[in-house]
Design a binder for this molecule. Structure first.
Ligand SMILES: [Zn+2]
Length: 201
C-alpha cells in the first residue's frame, strides 16, 4: 500500500476537508465547471496546483501529451472524445484549454521515432495523432533536437485545437460563440505560462 497516499489523505481530512466543508457539501448536488482542461498525464503538471483551483472548478481530461484526436465515428474506445462529449454537451463548459508543457516525454517519444520504427505500442499509436506535426518539423533543417521538442510541444497544441474543431458539437458552439478554445503551454523551468498566438484572449 502506498503509505504516503494514506498519510496525505489524513492531512486532507484534518485540513482541507474540514476547512472547506461548505464548498464540498455544495458539490454533492452536482458539478458545473466552466472550464474543461486537456492536460498531460505527466506527474509534474498538476492543473489544480498550477491554476490554484478547488474541486468542482475544472473538468480535467488527462492523457499522454495532452492530445485531442480528430473526430471519428469508427473505433471503439475513445476516452478523450467521450470526456469531451460529456464536458461540452453535458456540462456545457464555456472554455476548453489544451495545456501543453515543457519536457513532455510523449512529445520526445514522437520526435525521436525513426522513419522505419515499426513499433505498435499503445504510446506510438496514440502519439500518431501528432504525426503531421512531427513530419513538418523534421523537414526543417538546422534546428537542434531541443528546439524541435519545444516546437513540437507548441505545434501539437495547435494541432489539437484544430482537431477539436472537427467535433460537430464543438464546432457549432464555437461558431455560436458560447464556447472558446485556448492553447496554453506550461514551462516546468521557472513555472511560466504562455499562450498560443491564436488564443482569442
Ligand atoms: Zn507530457
Amino acid at each position: 500500500m502506498p503509505k504516503e497516499l494514506i498519510a496525505g489523505y489524513k492531512r486532507f481530512q484534518g485540513g482541507y476537508l474540514k476547512d472547506n466543508r461548505k464548498r464540498l457539501d455544495a458539490l454533492t448536488e452536482g458539478q458545473s465547471p466552466r472550464i474543461c482542461l486537456v492536460s498531460c498525464c505527466d506527474s509534474r503538471v498538476d492543473p489544480a496546483t498550477v491554476f490554484d483551483t478547488h474541486p468542482g472548478d475544472l473538468f480535467v481530461i488527462r492523457n499522454v501529451a495532452n492530445l485531442v484526436p480528430p473526430y471519428e465515428e469508427e473505433g471503439l474506445f475513445h476516452s478523450t472524445s467521450a470526456a469531451l462529449e460529456f464536458a461540452v454537451t453535458g456540462l456545457m463548459v464555456q472554455h476548453i484549454v489544451v495545456l501543453g508543457h515543457a519536457n513532455c516525454g510523449g512529445i520526445r517519444a514522437l520526435m525521436d521515432k525513426g522513419p522505419n520504427d515499426g513499433s505498435n505500442s499503445f504510446i506510438d499509436r496514440w502519439m500518431s495523432i501528432a504525426e503531421p506535426v512531427r513530419q513538418a518539423l523534421n523537414s526543417m533543417p538546422d534546428v537542434s533536437r531541443e528546439e524541435r521538442y519545444a516546437s513540437c510541444e507548441r505545434h501539437a497544441i495547435a494541432h489539437s485545437l484544430r482537431n477539436l474543431m472537427t467535433y460537430p458539437w464543438i464546432n457549432s458552439r464555437v461558431q455560436d460563440a458560447v464556447l472558446s478554445l485556448h492553447g496554453w503551454h506550461y514551462d516546468l523551468v521557472g513555472g511560466s505560462l504562455s499562450f498560443l498566438e491564436s488564443d482569442p484572449e
